[in-house]
Design a protein around this ligand. Structure first.
Ligand code: ADP
Length: 588
């Protein structure tokens, strides 16, 4: 893949991951907002119920008051006939007194036409006495239904309040007039003003008549029809108060009475959580408007958490993917390695097989050459000797012929000895054979086997042998060791002008020390540690197999001795140590 494509792909992935994190964060923030809003809404709803309860309790406290007063005989008597000034004064004072005790706003007594005959506020300039309220719906309701209730702005006082009324009836149940109590809610409004929420009470037409914030009162929440306006005019419910619409646009609806809305509030447009609670007894609706407050930290935390979660997930996936890939790669490289090892082992085995085969062939070759050499020479000599013998017998020189038989005999004996050695050499020795033998004799035999070569190569041999040198071991195998050492010495001296071979055998404490030193090339320093390794050879291919010293080392070890190599001034020196066979030595 081109590096540019790679970088491009990398940046694309990074961008995708970051975009994913951004989307996750946005969704989480939205979700957090919605959650917080809904939670806020349900909390506001609970509070709204509390507010409704306090309003309801307040009204309930006075509901019975006009009904009870309507039963008062004095009031009933007053409505039966015309009221004189003295009676009126007494009634005014009575109502004033009751009003004070009941802590209602105003009490008034209306006759059957709606004219106020007495009122608790008779002392004030805004006194109801003498005014006719027959047009007010509560009076009409009372006359037809026995009770009435109506929220309105006082036409005389200008103060809004809730009018609750009960019919005053004669002995025969005829309608004499109405007992009216007016409730104002200054305390309630004051109390409601404490909180930060906006609290509104609207009537059945959706006109707000109680509000704890300035500017919200006398706003209508739904459009007013012409008949609404006409009726408002006759009942003078809100009298001279101008009614203005309150514009709002719902943004999100939680349920029928709960939603989020953008409101053109008197103090500027804003979003509000708007909770409504219908007050069925009064036909009103209580509203609670609250500015949604979602803590910046909450939103940030939600966003961060979501982004974090997203990134963790992505990185976990990437990590797992990477691991999986790595495992696959490892598996593949392990298989490759195994295959390689197998291949190499196979190659090695083939090479080893070849080597063993060539070692066998070389040994065979060497053996044939040695045999041919050892046997050919005496055979030629013997043929010549026989010709001489025949000549001597032809001439009847029997005595001379006898004399000539002697060297023939010697030569045959030597050949027999040679083949004897070869036979023992070829014999496969049972390992672990520990016969008593004289090491000096073993040296003799080895030297004898190599006698021809020693002579041919004009090697001066120096022997210092302690005799007998009793050891325990396998003569044939020890001889093989000696032959190896001597052959190596001869090989090392092959190109040297001076050829001196020295073999020493002497006692050293409990050991026989046998050293074979030559005047050859010596062993290179770096090879000293390797000469006993199997297949280590510095000789030309075909000449050496590198097995001689390795085999020798093993044989000496087997016999409980040691074999070591070193250099002296003019060449190499090999040292064999073997334990002295004390028992045999004592008897010697
Ligand atoms: P090979 O004779 O077939 O090489 P050996 O195990 O007998 O195997 O000898 C290993 C090597 O040790 C020889 O190739 C040679 O380099 C070194 N070596 C052995 N004997 C002598 C010696 N007398 N002088 C110098 N080098 C020797």
């Amino acid at each position: 893949m081109l590096p540019t494509t790679r970088t491009l792909r990398l940046s694309l992935y990074t961008l995708l991951i970051l975009a994913g994190a951004a989307v996750a964060a946005t969704l989480a923030v939205r979700h957090a907002e919605r959650e917080a809003l809904e939670e806020d809404a349900s909390r506001a709803n609970q509070q709204l119920a509390l507010y409704a309860n306090s309003l309801h309790t307040l009204i309930e406290r006075y509901r019975a008051l006009p009904a009870v007063l309507a039963l008062d005989p004095e009031l009933r008597a007053a409505l039966k006939g015309p009221v004189n000034a003295v009676q009126q004064d007494a009634l005014n004072r009575k109502l004033e007194q009751i009003n004070g005790a009941a802590q209602s706003s105003t009490l008034e007594l209306l006759d059957h036409t709606g004219l106020a005959v007495a009122a608790s506020n008779w002392r004030l300039p805004s006194s109801y006495v003498g005014h006719n309220y027959g047009f007010r719906p509560y009076f009409l309701q009372t006359r037809t239904q026995g009770t009435g209730r109506f929220y309105a702005v006082g036409v005389t006082s200008g103060i809004p309040g809730y009018f609750l009324s009960s019919a005053v009836t004669g002995d025969n149940g005829e309608f004499l007039g109405a007992m009216v109590v007016k409730l104002e809610f200054p305390e309630l409004e004051r109390e409601w003003r404490q909180g930060s929420d906006t609290l509104l009470v609207s009537d059945a037409r959706g006109i707000v008549f109680i509000a704890n914030r300035p500017g919200w009162r006398y706003r209508h929440l739904q459009p007013l029809t012409d008949s609404d306006r006409a009726e408002l005019k006759t009942t003078r419910q809100y009298d001279k108060q101008p009614l203005q619409p309150l514009a709002y646009e719902p943004l999100r609806r939680f349920d029928d009475n709960s939603h989020l809305a953008r409101v053109e509030a008197p103090d500027g447009p804003a979003d509000y959580l708007w909770e409504s609670l219908p007050l069925s007894a009064e036909g009103w609706t209580l509203h609670l408007l609250r500015r949604p407050q979602i803590a910046f930290e909450d939103r940030r935390n939600a966003g961060l958490a979501a982004a974090g979660l997203w990134l963790t997930l992505v990185f976990l996936l990437l990590f797992l993917n990477q691991r999986w890939r790595l495992a696959k790669l490892r598996q593949r490289s392990r298989e490759e390695l195994e295959r390689l090892v197998e291949e190499r082992t196979r190659d090695l085995r083939t090479a080893q097989d070849g080597l063993v085969q060539s070692a066998k062939l070389a040994a065979l070759g060497q053996m044939s050459a040695a045999l041919a050499h050892e046997i050919n020479q005496p055979l030629t000599a013997q043929r010549m000797q026989l010709a001489t013998l025949r000549l001597l017998l032809d001439h009847g020189r029997v005595d001379d012929a006898y004399k000539a038989l002697k060297p023939l005999d010697d030569m045959l004996t030597r050949m027999a000895a040679l083949t004897g050695h070869l036979k023992t050499f070829a014999r496969k020795s049972p390992s672990g054979l520990r016969e008593r033998l004289d090491l000096a004799a073993v040296v003799d035999q080895a030297l004898q086997l190599l006698d021809t070569r020693l002579r041919d190569e004009q090697v001066s041999t120096v022997l210092h042998l302690t005799r007998p040198a009793w050891v325990r071991g396998d003569a044939i195998r020890l001889e093989q060791v000696l032959i190896n050492l001597l052959r190596n010495a001869l090989d090392a001296m092959a190109g040297q002008p001076l050829k001196r071979l020295e073999v020493r055998l002497e006692a050293d404490d409990q050991l026989w020390r046998l050293t074979v030193s030559d005047s050859g090339s010596g062993i290179a320093e770096e090879h000293l540690a390797q000469v006993f390794d199997p297949f280590f050879t510095t000789k030309a291919v075909g000449d050496g197999l590198g097995l001689g010293l390795a085999v020798s080392f093993a044989i000496i070890h087997e016999s409980g001795g040691r074999l070591s190599a070193d250099n002296h001034e003019h060449g190499a020196v090999f040292c064999v140590t073997l334990p002295i066979d004390q028992e045999a030595q004592l008897h010697a």
